[in-house]
Write a protein that binds this ligand. Structure first.
Ligand code: SF4
Ligand code: SF4
Ligand code: SF4
Length: 256
């Protein structure tokens, strides 16, 4: 649906973590009025509705993804239904009912458990500022194929993490962020996929006391990542007091 410039501007000021939901509600509002274009009046009306019915809007969790699955060339992994699998877990745990009991007052959107999945270290879905973040990662390794010293890998690596000496590619592990770009750039197959999966970040949040998430060591395959997600959710549900965010629990316990 088309949006007027004014309506678009108003939407851009909505906090990013509810923008998708607000956009959907505004478009529903415009459709109810058989409008061809979303106007600022539709935005204002649905904003009012949204704020008045905040508790109905709370789902108990949010799973955000980047635009990787729509064909982004930077993907280090194909997320293989990972966001959907995490969403199933959260649905199964009935997070809204859980939060209702824990919060003991009106539920707000900031109480929701937030997960964010990005398919590469560019991290467009901002996994550093949510309860649980997953970042797709692909570590290069050197195969038996001869290197022609073309320099394509060195040129594409933004981290300055790879060099070629006497026809041998050398990786600096302390700099490599496992984006996998050098593998795609290598024309000979000298660089190939090594460990592939997800980096996992825990305990990030915005709000009055923001903190960036802490990264767990390693790159984890799909099943292992899902097991870690389950463990984190178990811990969160077992130790959450009055709707604390995951990061607050872990800080209180001195774990991060
Ligand atoms: S995080 Fe990476 S894969 Fe996802 S949209 Fe951004 S650049 Fe593309
Ligand atoms: S995976 Fe990315 S960061 Fe690591 S060496 Fe290759 S291009 Fe550089
Ligand atoms: S891109 Fe491949 S062939 Fe070219 S220098 Fe790097 S490792 Fe060697």
């Amino acid at each position: 649906m088309n949006w007027s410039k004014e309506a678009e501007k108003a939407l851009s000021r909505v906090p990013f973590f509810v923008r998708k939901r607000v956009k959907k509600r505004v478009e529903e509002e415009a459709s109810r009025h058989m409008a061809n274009e979303v106007t600022i009046e539709h935005v204002h009306t649905s904003q009012k509705r949204f704020l008045n019915r905040m508790e109905d809007e709370v789902k108990g969790f949010q799973v955000e993804t980047c635009f990787g699955p729509t064909g982004c060339p930077n993907r280090a992994v194909n997320s293989d239904g990972l966001p959907q699998k995490i969403e199933q877990k959260l649905t199964h745990r009935n997070m809204k009912e859980f939060l209702k009991k824990k919060v003991g007052g009106p539920l707000k959107l900031h109480h929701e458990f937030r997960v964010s999945v990005s398919d590469c270290p560019n991290a467009c879905s901002r996994p550093q500022i949510v309860d649980l973040g997953l970042i797709g990662a692909c570590r290069p390794e050197v195969s038996d194929e001869s290197c022609t010293d073309c320099g394509a890998c060195v040129e594409i690596c933004k981290e300055n993490a790879i060099s070629v000496q006497d026809g041998v590619p050398l990786m600096d592990d302390s700099k490599c962020i496992s984006c996998g770009q050098c593998i795609q750039a290598c024309p000979t197959g000298t660089l190939r996929e090594g460990t592939k999966g997800y980096r996992i970040l825990i305990g990030g949040k915005l709000g009055r006391h923001p903190r960036l998430a802490t990264e767990l060591p390693g790159i984890h395959g799909l099943e292992e990542a899902l097991t870690i997600v389950d463990r984190c959710l178990d811990h969160y549900q077992r130790h959450c007091l009055k709707g604390e965010r995951f990061g607050e629990i872990l800080s209180r316990e001195g774990r991060i």
